[in-house]
Design a protein around this ligand. Structure first.
Ligand SMILES: Nc1nc2c(ncn2[C@@H]2O[C@H](COP(=O)(O)OP(=O)(O)OP(=O)(O)O)[C@@H](O)[C@H]2O)c(=O)[nH]1
Length: 402
């Protein structure tokens, strides 16, 4: 199986734990989680789909050859038409779709289309076969069901959608058009039994897959988020920093790295108590999170009363504006801090470093620079920001370089 972790990320803002406690026996999650699950499921089942369609493309011509020998001669051309002119091209397109990176995202829909056509095609062939030859094998229908329920990567709901109606049509035609009651009863019963087994089996597989998806989502959440504030933790920050830095280099964008620290938080804790301190950390975290509006921005708790922000695709001017908003915004939360030498309310200091895409500075060094700027902001009186290198270069030069 493909290692999906390399491709799929579990959004940490979704409530996997609640969903796990909810009843998902109907194989449906809440809309947000369902969307992520479908991508996960598509990725999990891609390799299986690829193998399945290879096997399908190999077996289908063999059954076509079988028809040449056993099909009623008057229907042979119709059988060959269905097999070679309708179903085979559809299978070949599916082969192309599942193996082409560009088209892979459509496999989910295409699998349903293939399932519908193959089921309908086989039922038509078997019914026509039985019209003149009651011994014409109906077991091909079972093979197609096994394919749809277990190998196609369709969820159970979709597999039932594409198999049930052709099954009912098969029985109806056997009973009311061909009129072979005995054959309708025996084949119908065996097919019905097989159908139940397929449906229950694939239901259990999907149920377990959903369960493991939620468990993985929860574990990712636990590993990447800070339990007190609910925002990302340092581990996630470090991983994202590297990932976004690589992306920035590829897309020739700049990356802003900000480190923020609450001022005189020790005095706050000592005077208001640790649990009040925790509440303040949550309020500040929530404000920082709200301020980071762009989808690629990352806000994390870096440690104790320290936070970190990554701003993707930003220039010096934008970063300066952002730092101003941060420092002013925390002050404007008006969280009383009667013991702070820097003012009456909770304030933060911020150190920042902008990295140009072509920069040769190592990422670690950039974080150290941001930390140094934070230290400077503290030394200069707190409740302010300091951007690394801003004072060294005239603004026009900075803008031109970046
Ligand atoms: N309530 C609470 N306090 C924490 C947490 N993590 C760290 N702290 C506190 O944050 C304070 C950090 O104090 P210092 O590193 O001395 O910094 P400071 O008092 O903010 O001073 P400056 O940063 O220099 O302005 C300590 O009192 C820690 O106990 C936490 O999870 N909850």
């Amino acid at each position: 199986m493909k290692d999906h972790h390399s491709l799929l990320s579990f959004p940490v803002n979704l409530n996997y734990a609640d969903e796990l406690n909810n009843d998902f026996r109907k194989l449906k999650f809440s809309p947000d989680i369902e969307t992520v699950f479908r991508s996960y499921y598509d990725e999990e089942t891609l390799r299986m789909r690829q193998l399945a369609i290879l096997v399908g493309c190999f077996l289908w011509p063999l059954f076509t050859i079988m028809d040449i020998f056993i099909a009623p001669p008057q229907y042979l051309s119709i059988f060959l038409f269905i097999r070679l002119a309708i179903v085979m091209p559809i299978l070949l397109v599916m082969l192309k779709v599942v193996y082409s990176i560009r088209w892979q995202s459509y496999t989910r829909y295409y699998a349903v289309l293939v399932g519908a056509f193959v089921n309908a095609g086989v039922v038509i062939i078997v019914n026509l076969g039985h019209y003149y030859n009651p011994d014409y094998p109906y077991e091909g229908i079972i093979l197609i069901w096994l394919f749809c329920f277990f190998l196609s990567g369709m969820v159970v709901r979709e597999a039932i959608l594409v198999t049930f109606l052709p099954f009912i049509c098969y029985i109806g035609i056997e009973l009311f058009i061909i009129g072979n009651i005995a054959l309708a009863m025996t084949s119908g019963l065996i097919l019905f039994g097989t159908y139940i087994i397929c449906a229950i089996g694939s239901y259990l597989v999907e149920f377990r897959t959903r369960e493991s998806f939620l468990t993985k989502g929860m574990l990712t959440q636990l590993a990447d988020t800070d339990s007190l504030t609910g925002i990302f933790n340092r581990r996630y920050f470090n991983n994202q920093c590297l990932r976004l830095w690589k992306q920035a280099c590829r897309e020739n964008k700049c990356l802003g790295i900000l480190l923020l620290d609450i001022d005189h938080f020790k005095q706050y804790n000592d005077n208001y108590g640790h649990s009040e301190g925790d509440e303040t950390l949550k309020q500040v975290a929530s404000f920082l999170q709200k301020l980071a509006k762009r989808p690629m921005d990352v806000v994390a708790r870096y440690g104790g009363e320290e936070f970190a922000v990554i701003l993707y695709d930003i220039n010096m001017e934008g970063m300066e504006r952002y730092c101003q908003k941060l420092v002013k915004g925390v002050h404007d939360l008006k969280i009383p801090h009667g013991f702070s030498p820097s003012g009456d309310f909770i304030t933060i200091s911020c150190g920042a470093r902008l990295m140009a895409a072509n920069s040769t500075t190592a990422l670690n060094q950039a974080i150290k620079d941001a930390d140094h700027s934070l230290y400077e902001a503290k030394a200069q009186g707190r409740n302010q920001y300091n951007i690394y290198g801003l004072d060294l270069l005239p603004r026009e030069t900075v803008m031109k370089i970046l």
